[in-house]
Structure formats: C-alpha cells, structure tokens
Design a protein around this ligand. Structure first.
Ligand SMILES: O=P(O)(O)OC[C@H]1O[C@@H](O)[C@H](O)[C@@H](O)[C@@H]1O
Length: 248
C-alpha cells in the first residue's frame, strides 16, 4: 500500500528536504558561515582559502546531522581543531559552539524573511498515509523543527516529533545512529519492522538501515540516488507523490 509493504503501520519522515524546502536554506547558511571563518583563518595563517562546497561538503559532513555534529565533522575533515566552547559563545567565535551559533543565526534570519515552503507531493503523501490509518512522525536533527513545521502549516499532520531539541534533552545519538528513528517508532507504539523511514540525507538513510526498519525510502533532491542506495535506501524516488501512483 502506498509503495510500502503491508506490515508497515507507521511512517517516519525526515523534515528538511523531505517535507519542507529548507535543506537549501541550511546548505547556504553552512556555506556562508564556514566561508567567513575559512577566509579569515586563511588570512591569519597565510594559507590558501578553500571554500566550503555547498553540495559535496554539505552532503558528506553536515546534511542530516545535529548542528554541532555537522560543524565538528567538517572541521575534522579539514584537519582544523577548534575548542569546543560553550552555548554562550557569541555567534562567529572560533569555537565549535561559536561557529554553530553563527550558522543558526543565518538560518533563522532567512526563515524569518522568506517563510517556509513545503514539497506538495510530500504533503499529499502524508495526507494519504493518514487517511489509510497509518501513524506519522517527524524525525529531524534540527532544533528549529517545531518552528519550521508550524511556519509551513503542517505541524498538525504528525502524531509524534523527535527533533534536535528532544534528542538533546533525552541524550539520543544523532543520525547516522538509528536512535532518533527508534525513539519515533516507540512513540508511535511500533517496532522498527512496522515502520518506514523517508530520508533525503546520507546520514539519514544510514540511520534507517542501522535501525532495521521495514523500508527505507531515499528522496533524491540533489542527484545522489546511487549514494542513497549505497548507504541504506531500499528504493529511491525524486518526489513522494511517485508512491501515490497506482503501479506502486
Ligand atoms: O541547525 P538546526 O536547525 O538545528 O539543524 C540541524 C541540521 O538539521 C538537518 O535536518 C539538516 O539536514 C542540516 O543541514 C541541519 O544543519
């Protein structure tokens, strides 16, 4: 039913890039923040400025991961060691917290200015899933998820939400660990074998595979179908509306 095995009784949706058109907002904010930092550091150390790649670096190091995890992963990949700092660090300070705070400042400014758009095919699919009697949850690394869902007008479509705020409070490991998806299935009263995962990020499909879910659907928004399959997607679509077609 709806492209899923019959044993599936609940659907667990990533948010940025699956439900809402916000992955590009995050990618642009990561680029602006890291480029500000990398340029200043290059000047200070007399080394060449190598910008953040909005596609390759985003997909590989930060997409789907919690803000601090993403900041750390990219810095480590560049061989840059910064102090961890603390949540009180001013945005832009040369610490993991400071850079993450600057990225969040940029994301929030864009969301405030432009609002949030949804993927219509995804919203139609969520409605169809609910009409079929299945439970739904949002599983997002973002600490801004509650605000984004509300701004998009779709917060009422989900029975549970495990987001960046909940993960921090409960000490859940972020994607690619399966913990957030497992917590969402549990919140719906389901086993992983009764739930399907919908993800556009490499770290997200990897979390779905690691959790042993009934189905992992990769949503390819950036021409990375092969990588999504390789890391855990059982099937890949470019839009969830494809799963509404009668042949599926
Ligand atoms: O910074 P936030 O809003 O807590 O979001 C954390 C991460 O959330 C994920 O959903 C995005 O794919 C990442 O790009 C983002 O950085």
């Amino acid at each position: 039913m709806l492209g899923m095995p019959d044993r599936v009784r609940g659907c667990l949706f990533d948010m940025d890039g699956v439900l809402t058109r916000t992955a590009t907002v995050h990618a642009a904010a990561w680029k602006r923040m890291f480029d500000e930092f990398l340029r200043a550091r290059a000047e200070r150390t007399g080394t060449p400025f190598e910008p953040f790649d909005e596609v390759a670096d985003y997909d590989r190091y930060v997409d789907g991961r919690a803000r601090l995890d993403g900041a750390r992963a990219f810095l480590t990949a560049r061989g840059i060691r910064l102090p961890e700092g603390s949540p009180d660090d001013p945005p832009g300070a040369w610490t993991v917290h400071g850079l993450a705070a600057r990225k969040n400042e940029l994301v929030q400014a864009v969301l405030k200015e432009r609002g949030v758009e949804v993927f219509d095919g995804s919203v139609r699919y969520v409605h169809a899933v609910r009409e079929a009697g299945l439970a739904t949850a949002v599983v997002s690394a973002s600490a801004n998820a509650g605000h984004v869902l509300k701004a998009a007008g779709i917060d009422g479509l989900f029975d549970a939400r495990i987001d960046g705020v909940v993960a921090r409070r409960r000490g859940l490991a972020g994607k690619p660990a399966p913990d957030m998806y497992l917590a969402a299935a549990e919140a719906l009263g389901l086993t992983p074998g009764e739930a399907a995962v919908f993800e556009d990020a490499i770290a997200g499909v990897a979390a779905g595979r690691a959790g042993g879910f009934a189905l992992v659907v990769g949503v390819d928004r950036a021409g990375q179908a092969a990588a999504l399959r390789e890391h855990g997607a059982d099937l890949v679509v470019t839009d969830l509306a494809e799963l509404l077609e009668p042949s599926s």
